[in-house]
Write a protein that binds this ligand. Structure first.
Ligand code: SF4
Ligand code: SF4
Length: 448
């Protein structure tokens, strides 16, 4: 391929009519007020490359990686600009150009995208080492010793963002196939107790995606998702060896790698015998729904990718679609607010369903969050590569959360959960950040 942007359908490249309606919704533009940091400015740069008036050099690269990929501009755009596609192609364009390939950057990307995420067992192994490091108190020791001050600020910042790894990963908590009413303890791991199951025969066969990072740091949310599905008459099929979906790769310019990851994931699911594929991670969901576009020219996988895209749903989307059962008991009496993950509200246009889910849980006082659709700064690995802007957005989000007086903030994406949890912990604020499905699972469990 000579150029991703030049090869892109020109109708996508030329769709912007420069009206500027997206500008007030763009977090980077609103911070800097610079046209080049706006969706309109970025699209102009992309078009200049497609028109051979510009080369993808450092300035272009910096701009594309300053963009959060939050897709707020896509929601605001009256012309229907497909920013998702433009953004992915622009970053792929950057990666195929030689200008940005410094050695440390290549090493970081190779380790992260090629090595760690390529095989789930590698990620789990790394997670296991990290868990031991944390469980033995070594992380606390290192943090208290002051030794981190000897390292560059960027590394100190990275260390502070290290997530807490779970003792048990998803295959320890969820059996490959579970039925409503089943009470097995899979993999010898601890039973967290399935939610109240329906006495009826299973109504749906559901494939559950357990994710990559999600599997290490929020495997409990995966168990909660399985429990909620079981409580609503679904048989849950969870291939234990399923691989990363490749959303991180697609959003970071590794388009060919993203295709490989999509093919591998398709191989793990028997779509003919599943009613739906469920994800509880907004960032993944928004990518998973585009497998049809990603693999449209693959003679072997194109048809299966279409079938896949038709069946992928976010957990909240699916629960509302099947008219999920309202729990009878309250898990807790609390004021709760909801943060819209960008890739759920902008990427998948899902805003009503998670709120509906929260409203049906007894005991929760739902209060609105100001700027709930404003990015929290997580944005995949954005908070690692653009810590300054990510930090500003995080603080803005936390200010709004605190102002609600809520003791719980719910959000449907692991990246947002981590970003908000880290921020709240750093502020020393006692507000819990949870996935909405966790609250629903807790409510069902309270019935037992
Ligand atoms: S994706 Fe987000 S940060 Fe990027 S141009 Fe659009 S609104 Fe701005
Ligand atoms: S709102 Fe849409 S058409 Fe208008 S400037 Fe932004 S991207 Fe272009």
């Amino acid at each position: 391929m000579s150029s991703y942007l030049k090869d892109l359908d020109y109708s996508v490249v030329q769709q912007c009519m420069h009206c500027g309606m997206c500008l007030p919704t763009c977090p980077t533009y609103m911070e800097t007020k610079l046209e080049r940091n706006s969706p309109r400015g970025r699209i102009s740069l992309m078009r200049a490359i497609a028109d051979s008036q510009l080369e993808a050099k450092k300035a272009f690269s910096d701009e594309m990686y300053f963009c959060l990929g939050c897709l707020a501009c896509e929601t605001a755009c009256p012309a229907g600009v497909d920013y998702t596609q433009l953004f992915e192609m622009a970053r792929a364009e950057v990666e195929r150009s030689v200008g940005r390939q410094s050695v440390p950057r290549r090493l970081f990307r190779w380790l992260l995208l090629d090595v760690l995420f390529h095989e789930q067992w590698r990620l789990r192994l790394a997670g296991r080492f990290l868990w031991i490091y944390q469980a033995l108190g070594l992380q606390t020791l290192v943090r208290c010793s002051g030794i981190l001050k000897l390292f560059p600020k960027s590394l100190q910042g990275l260390e502070a963002k290290t997530p807490t790894i779970k003792r048990h990963f998803s295959p320890d908590l969820i059996a490959p196939e579970e039925f409503p009413g089943s009470r097995r303890t899979p993999g010898g791991g601890p039973s967290r107790g399935p939610a109240t199951a329906t006495s009826e025969a299973p109504r749906y066969r559901v494939g559950l995606l357990t994710g990559c990072v999600q599997d290490l740091i929020y495997s409990d949310v995966n168990r909660d998702t399985a429990d909620v599905l079981l409580a609503n008459g679904c048989t849950v099929i969870t291939p234990p060896t399923q691989a990363c979906c490749g959303s991180l790769h697609a959003h970071n310019g590794e388009y060919e790698m993203a295709k490989d990851y999509a093919r591998r994931l398709l191989d793990h699911f028997d779509l003919d015998h599943l009613d739906v594929i469920i994800t509880n991670a907004a960032g993944c969901g928004s990518h998973l729904k585009h497998f049809d576009r990603l693999l449209h020219d693959d003679p072997k996988y194109a048809a299966k990718a279409v079938q896949w895209s038709e069946k992928v749903k976010d957990i909240s989307e699916w629960l509302v679609e099947i008219d999920f059962r309202a729990p009878e008991k309250s898990p807790t009496e609390a004021r709760v607010t909801y943060h819209d993950a960008c890739h759920l509200c902008h990427g998948q246009k899902i805003t009503v369903q998670p709120r509906e889910l929260l409203k049906k849980i007894p005991g929760l006082d739902n209060v609105p969050l100001t700027e709930s659709m404003w990015c929290c700064g997580s944005a995949g690995i954005y908070n690692l590569i653009q810590p300054e802007m990510a930090g500003k957005l995080q603080q803005r989000k936390l200010d709004h959360i605190e102002a609600t007086g809520a003791t719980i903030v719910a959000t449907g994406n692991p990246g947002c959960l981590l970003q908000i949890q880290n921020g709240l912990a750093a502020r020393g604020v006692e507000i819990q950040a949870v996935h909405p499905v966790t609250l629903l699972a807790q409510a069902y469990r309270a019935e037992n």
